[in-house]
Each structure stands twice: as structure tokens, then as C-alpha cells.
Design a protein around this ligand. Structure first.
Ligand code: ZN
Length: 245
């Protein structure tokens, strides 16, 4: 009975390859899912954009603060000078009418200058409030986009960890399953996997009528050959090795 023993042997080996195929397909699927995980590229771009906008808004506030400070200092210096000259004007110490007239003109000129600066300072204060408002909005947007990015990364890490765990246990299962079939069968399986989109072997479905790989109806003689003869039978349509389960 050597032929029958060999037929059984091939069937067993095909079943072993089928078990390996299921693990390999699951591994391929896990890799595909991993590659498709959303790593938050969009959220990161929005966050970076908000960060740059916030930095620009902060810079605008600093620049406006400097302008306001400069104007304030300039105004204070003029006010001091104005006060001093005014004191001198009314001190009674200056007797020359010409000198008094000049001093009067100087005091008036200083007062006008102070008025102008005061008006400008008011505008600077209003403008500072405007840029501070923009900075507050930009900060809020930065916080919002930062939180969304962080949330996305957290979700990515969780999904990635699950897929890594899954792949790790599949790899352990594969390490055991790969020792069952003979080397020559394994080589044939690996070569077919490369040629046939990762699926080298297919189960015969629906009472031995349909290829589980391409779902086409199998020729009757193919199925009989598979059941009775000592050979590997491949599907006429998709070329995958057939396996009875
Ligand atoms: Zn097929």
C-alpha cells in the first residue's frame, strides 16, 4: 500500500500548508493594517501651522509692546521737560521779554508735541489690545490642535500595540507551523505565494466543486485526482494548489 500512504502524506502536507497559509494571510493582513494606521499626519500639520501662527502672534505683541513703551518713555521725557520749562517761565527769574517770549513758544511747542504723542500712544494701546486678542485666539487654536494631535497619537499607539501583539503571536505560531511540511513542499508554497498575491493554497469548497481561492467551479476530474492520486493538483483558473479539508 505505498501509494495510499503517500496520498495521505500529501493530503497531510497540504493541510499543514493550509494552516501555514492561514497564519501568513493573517500576518499579511496585520502588516497591511499597520501600514494603513493613521499616524496623525493631518493633525500634526494643523498643529505645526497653529504653532507658527501663535509664535507670529506673540512676536506681534512683543513688537507692539516695544512701540508703546518707546512712545511712553518719549512722552514722559517731554512732560518732564515741559514741566521744567514751565516752572522757569513762571519763576519770575527771566526778565527779558524776548527770552520770555521764546520760552513761552518753547513751552507751547512742547505741549503740542506731548498732545501728538499722547494721541499716538492711545492708538498704540488700542493696537496692542488688537494683537493681544489675536494672540489669545492663536493660543486657543494651538491648544485645540495640540490636544487633537495628542489624541490621534494616543489612538495610533494603541492600535499599533495591538497589531504588534497580534503579529508577535502569529509569528510564534508560524515558527511551529513551518516545520510540519517537507522542505520541497514549503519551497513550492513560498514560490507560489510570491506569484499568487500571497495566497498559494486554497481549500476546495462546496462539496468539492469550487476553488476557495478564486471561487471558480473546478473540473470533476481535478477533484477526483486530488482525492485519489499521489499528486498535487492546482486550480485551472488561479493556479493555486488545492487542499481538501
Ligand atoms: Zn482557483
Amino acid at each position: 500500500m505505498p501509494v495510499e500512504i503517500q496520498v495521505m502524506n500529501i493530503q497531510e502536507q497540504l493541510c499543514a500548508l493550509m494552516a501555514l497559509q492561514r497564519i501568513d494571510s493573517a500576518l499579511d493582513e496585520a502588516r497591511r493594517k499597520y501600514a494603513q494606521l493613521d499616524q496623525g499626519k493631518k493633525e500634526r500639520a494643523l498643529y505645526e501651522e497653529a504653532k507658527a501662527a501663535h509664535e507670529a502672534a506673540q512676536e506681534a505683541v512683543r513688537a507692539q509692546e516695544t512701540i508703546l513703551q518707546d512712545t511712553t518713555l518719549e512722552m514722559q521725557a517731554l512732560q518732564e521737560k515741559h514741566l521744567k520749562e514751565e516752572k522757569r517761565l513762571y519763576s519770575g527769574q527771566i526778565k527779558s521779554p524776548r527770552e520770555l517770549q521764546d520760552l513761552q513758544a518753547e513751552v507751547e511747542m512742547l505741549a503740542r508735541h506731548i498732545d501728538t504723542l499722547s494721541g499716538r500712544r492711545e492708538e498704540h494701546i488700542i493696537q496692542l489690545e488688537v494683537v493681544q486678542g489675536r494672540e489669545a485666539n492663536a493660543r486657543q487654536k494651538l491648544q485645540k490642535t495640540g490636544a487633537a494631535y495628542k489624541e490621534r497619537i494616543k489612538a495610533f499607539n494603541e492600535s499599533a500595540a495591538l497589531l504588534r501583539d497580534e503579529a508577535s503571536s502569529l509569528k510564534s505560531a508560524r515558527a511551529e507551523a513551518v516545520h510540519v511540511p517537507e522542505q520541497a513542499m514549503l519551497e513550492r508554497y513560498e514560490a507560489a505565494r510570491l506569484q499568487r498575491n500571497g495566497v498559494a493554497i486554497a481549500v476546495v469548497l462546496e462539496n468539492g466543486e469550487v476553488c476557495g481561492g478564486c471561487h471558480m467551479t473546478l473540473a470533476r476530474n481535478q477533484v477526483q485526482e486530488l482525492k485519489l492520486l499521489n499528486s498535487i493538483v492546482v486550480c485551472d483558473n488561479c493556479g493555486r494548489m488545492l487542499c481538501l479539508e
